[in-house]
Design a protein around this ligand. Structure first.
Ligand code: HEC
Length: 136
């Protein structure tokens, strides 16, 4: 019994050691790391739209707690890959359905509504980010 246990311990130690070598760095590790680190950038034309029509509710000192909790533009350039994917998916949803700015706001301030041109600009931007995330 003792010997059997020893054998099991020996084997697992051996397995542990070999697995350390199996996960050796792959040749394109630095490329992967770069992609992993890549951040979302807001080009000037996107920033201008966001400042004008989206920022009010989605900033750290916004009074709209729900909006603030869901999205803060200042955090967008710091998002990790998973958060970026989530953000991009949500942006597609709100842009395609015309959900933002919320209807209640647009009713009171019609000038807040995104123009067709602005929607296109934002969509083109998130499409580009999506392609980057998918490595295309
Ligand atoms: C009047 C305040 C207000 C403005 C302006 C506003 N939002 Fe929002 N936004 C909200 C609220 C409130 C929520 C949370 C909605 C919910 O959870 O139902 C939200 C949620 C979101 C979400 C997350 C979607 C989700 O379903 O959780 C995205 C993305 C978003 N907004 C993008 C935008 C963009 C882009 C603009 C500018 C075109 C914008 N918002 C302008 C209030 C606002």
């Amino acid at each position: 019994m003792k010997n059997q246990l020893k054998a099991i311990f020996g084997l697992s130690a051996l397995f542990f050691l070999t697995s350390a070598f199996v996960v050796a760095p792959s040749s394109n590790e630095s490329r992967d790391a770069q992609e992993q680190d890549a951040k979302i950038e807001l080009p000037e034309n996107v920033k201008a739209i966001v400042e004008k029509k989206c920022m009010n509710c989605h900033k750290p000192d916004a009074r709209n707690e729900k909006a603030k909790e869901k999205l803060q533009w200042v955090k967008v350039p710091q998002m990790n890959k998973e958060e970026q994917e989530h953000f991009v998916a949500e942006m597609f949803e709100v842009l395609e359905d015309g959900k933002m700015p919320p209807e209640r706001m647009v009713e009171r301030f019609p000038e807040m509504k995104l123009t067709e041109e602005e929607t296109k600009t934002l969509l083109a931007w998130v499409e580009k980010e999506e392609k980057r995330l998918k490595g295309k």
